[in-house]
Design a protein around this ligand. Structure first.
Ligand code: AMP
Length: 280
């Protein structure tokens, strides 16, 4: 049976009586196949499985889509029920950030937070780290599940648990894609069918870069250039970045490297911002 819980006191009370291990799946709701893969992994690994649904205002910039972010709690609850989650924790904003509590703001290191998406989304990763630390403190799970789609976020969370000696194990789950290759995202609902088809070329461009590196003829810079040329056929795609980053720590990589790194990209189609990556 799945129980909906709205208050911190209630979740703490039920957890005091729950079996370990406890697994947590953090989400902002509007659940899709990507979220479901994390939910399944959590359910499979842990005696007690919790999904939280919280649209975190701290991680949205002033011109971003916080107000119109899709919110479908009733449907999300059903999805969690279907996948046998024990508790859906869906607190209000005031519960997580009460006015009388000065919630500690976490500032991740600039070499992780100010690169890639952090260049255009100032304070985004500080907002992410702050909310995740808050939920980890409340729930104290043994395992927490994150998708590799938000790869930079995953590295920030690994930093967070290490920095604050949080004894939760971070589990990374692979990217789930729509049938045309487009990475599943809550924001895909903003795209028309035509835009979704166009957006699928983002993944194709990552595959192309990977293939070009594997061929042994291309250096990283050349492979990126080839992929950008491919993408330039689609004027609706406005690229924000297409970069290679080290698997170890998301540092810059040597141009001649052929494995142990990721290609990562961000692009906009209309006002919809999409990210994706591929490992080499
Ligand atoms: P969000 O609700 O967008 O904050 O995402 C919640 C979690 O789901 C994060 O750990 C994401 O990385 C993960 N996630 C989102 N989309 C996907 C996807 N397509 N494949 C795998 N994980 C995903």
């Amino acid at each position: 049976m799945t129980t909906l819980i709205k208050s911190i006191n209630d979740i703490k009370n039920v957890l005091a009586k729950s079996d370990r291990s406890v697994g947590l799946v953090p989400t902002m709701g509007a659940l899709h196949a990507g979220h479901i893969s994390l939910i399944k992994a959590c359910r499979n690994d842990c005696k007690t499985a919790i999904a939280y649904i919280f649209v975190n205002p701290l991680q949205f910039g002033p011109n971003e889509d916080f107000k119109k972010y899709p919110r479908h709690l009733e449907n999300d609850f059903k999805v969690c029920e279907e996948h046998e989650i024990d508790f859906v924790f869906a607190p209000d904003e005031k519960e997580i950030y009460p006015e009388n509590i000065n919630c500690e703001t976490i500032t991740p290191p600039p070499d992780l937070a100010n690169i890639l998406c952090g260049k255009t989304r100032a304070n985004h990763f500080s907002g992410v780290a702050t909310v995740i630390k808050r939920f980890l403190n409340i729930i104290q799970p043994d395992y927490v599940y994150f998708g590799e789609k938000d790869l930079q976020q995953l590295y920030i969370i690994r930093w967070l648990t290490k920095e604050f000696k949080i004894s939760t194990f971070v589990r990374a789950c692979p990217i789930i894609r729509e049938s045309n290759g487009l990475a599943c995202s809550s924001r895909n609902v903003y795209l028309t069918e035509e835009e979704k088809e166009i957006a699928s070329n983002l993944y194709k461009s990552l595959g192309l870069a990977k293939k070009n590196i594997r061929s042994g003829i291309f250096t990283i810079k050349k492979a990126i250039l080839e992929s950008l040329i491919f993408l330039s056929q689609f004027p609706k795609i406005k690229m924000e970045y297409f970069e290679a980053r080290d698997k170890e720590n998301l540092d810059d990589v040597d141009d001649t490297k052929t494995k142990g790194f990721y290609f990562l990209l961000a692009a906009k189609i209309g006002s919809v911002r999409l990210i994706d990556n591929i490992e080499l």
